[in-house]
Design a protein around this ligand. Sequence first.
Ligand SMILES: [Fe+2]
Length: 194
Amino acid sequence: MVTPPRSVSDVRNFLLFWSKVEEPLAGDVPAEVVAHGAACADHLSNWHPHDLELSVAGLLHDVGLLLVPGDELGHPAHGADYARPLFGGRTADLIALHVNAQRYLELTVDGYRVKPPPTAAFAAQPSLMTVEEAAAFQKHPLFRFALELRRADDAASEPEARADAEGIARQVARLTSLVRSLQRQDAAVSKEYT
Ligand SMILES: [Fe+2]
């Protein structure tokens, strides 16, 4: 069970704390998880500069590994639970789907293989996607966005692709922009109904 953050400061402090921890946690190096997420978000904010939810999902897609260490299979759901209250359903669903996007590509793209995470030696790995699951996934409203997140995830998977402290700070700052934009949307909707 994941306790969601109460504010953007909670998330900022969480990310900045783990960004300095090089000691492995259930096989994952927290500093790498944070720097990898920021590098993934950097790609997404370059490719899709107006889709803040997509880049925040990129930043947070692997935080489940830090929230429930060692639960490799559960990490998309834990990350989604963490992100949902503050960053909204679309961001959370994109996080939840990132391993399904990997499973989809493994089924449909010849030779597609994700570099196993450091925990792979002792953690269960996601099962192969069935043809029926793939057909359902293609119809998901976030299908193409989930594949974009995966493309950025893969582009950020090499150790040398890790974001530096400045890159992490740049992406962490976007969390506030997303929360403000969601608040503006909420205010606009409630105004319509008053
Ligand atoms: Fe990743």
